[in-house]
Write a protein that binds this ligand. Structure first.
Ligand SMILES: C[S@@+](CC[C@H](N)C(=O)[O-])C[C@H]1O[C@@H](n2cnc3c(N)ncnc32)[C@H](O)[C@@H]1O
Length: 193
């Protein structure tokens, strides 16, 4: 995918600097999870740390749900827009970091998703606080996938012990093989259908 001529063209002008320079394999984990578990109609999804945005694009294309994709790095947005155009979906984009997503933004969504977004120790506190704000804003489900890096595990342990979170060891074969962990907080059954 990185070698596609359209992507190579974009690389001349847009250089993501916080690891949003490619599609990360944890995206396949959540795509596979959603493929197996489904997503109710009419839910509003927010993908945080979206990078090239494929996970949110998958939700919009496969389930026709409304998706807002958020990233701190504006340089990822042209890559997301290209993929959204190719997949013929509309995705709202917002440039914010985890701390910038406040209750007023989170009240407008039902599901918060993110793939490989807790890769530095400095991201533990902002991600933990974002999830806590999301739960207080009555977001019904939070799903975060990761290869199993220590900062992610720290966030996961907190939500397992304090907020009824679950950790799932997950292997996806399609669309690409990927192995890792999914932190799941809340339940799809509480979602509007
Ligand atoms: C490893 S990449 C993963 C991208 C995408 N989710 C994927 O799976 O391909 C991490 C992404 O998180 C974004 N990011 C890093 N720190 C962030 C923060 N504090 N708030 C929002 N996004 C952040 C980066 O810009 C980057 O796009």
């Amino acid at each position: 995918m990185s070698q596609h001529p359209e992507i190579r063209k974009l690389k001349h002008f847009n250089a993501p600097s916080v690891h949003g320079n490619r599609l990360w394999k944890s995206t396949w984990l959540l795509m596979d999870y959603l493929h197996r578990r489904g997503l109710p109609k009419d839910v509003r999804v927010m993908e945080v740390g979206c990078g090239w945005g494929l996970l949110g694009i998958y939700c919009a294309k496969k389930y026709g749900v409304k998706v807002t994709s958020v990233d701190v790095d504006p340089e990822v947005i042209p890559y997301l827009k290209l993929h959204a155009r190719i997949n013929e979906v509309d995705i709202a984009t917002v440039r914010k970091d985890f701390d910038g997503l406040r209750t007023k933004h989170l009240q407008k969504i039902d599901v918060l998703i993110g793939a490989d977004i807790c890769f530095w120790d400095t991201l533990v506190k902002p991600l933990k606080n974002l999830i806590l704000r999301a739960l207080r804003a009555r977001v019904k489900q939070v799903l975060i996938s990761d290869p199993g890096r220590p900062p992610f595990e720290e966030v996961a342990e907190y939500f397992i012990s304090k907020k009824g979170g679950e950790i799932l060891d997950w292997t996806a074969q399609r669309p690409r093989r990927s192995e890792g962990r999914i932190l799941k907080i809340g339940n799809m059954t509480n979602l509007r259908s």
